[in-house]
Design a protein around this ligand. Structure first.
Ligand code: SER
Length: 338
């Protein structure tokens, strides 16, 4: 059995990740969230804890578990973080540092190495102008790491922190060279789940548009029709995390990997949504600030390192995502016609 700690287990990724653990078997799941987990999620965990990742006492108490792998999902997303930057820093940065230290102490106690899986994001990119975004097209991991959001700043720093904890922690102390953390991160594009809706993100327009159509309610999209960023289905997102966790360390040439699947414009999403829901009412009411944020994110990602190093290959292209996952599943969620 592999014992995993999942923070933010009540969020969108948490729901699907716990389902994947349950489906695969062989995992003991310690799940935590700041809010009570809903019954469906709690039932998939072996231990359920409610607490705040930025509360040191709570995080210290996690050290009693013999954790092999941490999936640190707890975070404020980009829109929420802009509404409360100080809280975002506390949760996204201080929470991550505390959890890394807890993982380190678990590793020392058990004389082992704890794997630390971290969902990073396309929000780490900050392309200065729309013209540069358009001319850059597909970006690789080391380009444009100048985010304009608190969330992006938090995530790019925590990527660095994870690498430091893995490779250089306390290099002038007696413990120097003692390997305790194996940090691995995927930079997710916008994730689209058929069964849950996001809250507080700036890529939320795509899932919101799809879910609104399935529910039969009008949707005013908060970005322009030509807005382009990469997206991925939630099952592929979970697959990426699990595949990276399972990759042999020798195969990895970096700690942080882009992962991509498809990169439609908002209007291409709207057109495809209307194909399945012909009565969908989709209009555009761009929000200047949220538009400004998405305009700094890359149009697409170069994920060739993930493909080469650990065999990343998404199951769902844009069309397959709709035809084989989103539309059939969402129909069941809302009891609709599809
Ligand atoms: N979905 C995230 C957000 O919009 C991006 O990683 O904040």
């Amino acid at each position: 059995m592999t014992t995993v700690l999942v923070t933010g287990a009540g969020g969108e990724i948490g729901h699907s990740l716990l389902e994947a653990f349950r489906h695969r078997g062989g995992y003991t799941v310690v799940a935590m969230d700041v809010r009570p987990l809903d019954g469906h999620v709690a039932a998939m965990a072996d231990v359920v804890l409610q607490g705040d990742i930025s509360d040191e006492t709570f995080v210290r108490a996690l050290e009693q578990y013999d954790i092999d792998e941490v999936y640190h999902l707890a975070a404020l997303l980009s829109t929420s973080a802009e509404k409360n930057p100080e809280l975002a820093h506390k949760v996204n940065v201080n929470g991550t540092m505390q959890l890394l230290m807890a993982a380190r102490r678990i590793a020392l106690r058990r004389d082992t190495v704890v794997k630390f899986l971290f969902p990073s994001t396309i929000a780490v990119y900050g392309i200065p102008t729309l013209a540069q975004k358009q001319s850059a097209g597909t970006v690789h991991e080391d380009q444009f790491l100048t985010p304009t959001t608190m969330y992006g700043v938090n995530k790019v720093y925590c990527e660095q922190l994870g690498g430091y904890m893995s490779d250089h922690f306390g290099q002038l102390t007696e413990d120097a060279g003692r390997k305790t953390i194996d940090f691995r991160a995927v930079r997710f594009p916008g994730l689209i789940s058929a069964t849950t809706v996001p809250s507080g993100g700036t890529s939320d327009y795509a899932p919101e548009m799809i879910h609104a159509a399935a529910k039969g309610v009008p949707y005013a999209c908060f970005v322009r029709p030509d807005t382009q960023i990469p997206f991925m289905t939630m099952p592929d997102g979970v697959q990426a995390l699990l595949q990276l966790a399972a990759a042999p360390a020798e195969a990895l040439t970096r700690r942080v990997y882009n992962v991509g699947a498809f990169a439609p414009t908002a209007e291409e999403i709207a057109v495809r949504v209307r194909q399945s829901f012909p009565t969908a009412e989709i209009t555009y009411a761009p929000h200047p600030k949220r538009q400004g944020i998405v305009d700094t994110w890359c149009a697409n990602v170069d994920d060739s390192a993930a493909r080469t190093d650990w065999g990343w290959s998404p199951a769902y292209s844009f069309e397959r995502a709709f035809a084989e996952y989103l539309i059939p599943t969402i129909g069941k969620v809302y009891g609709g016609s599809e």
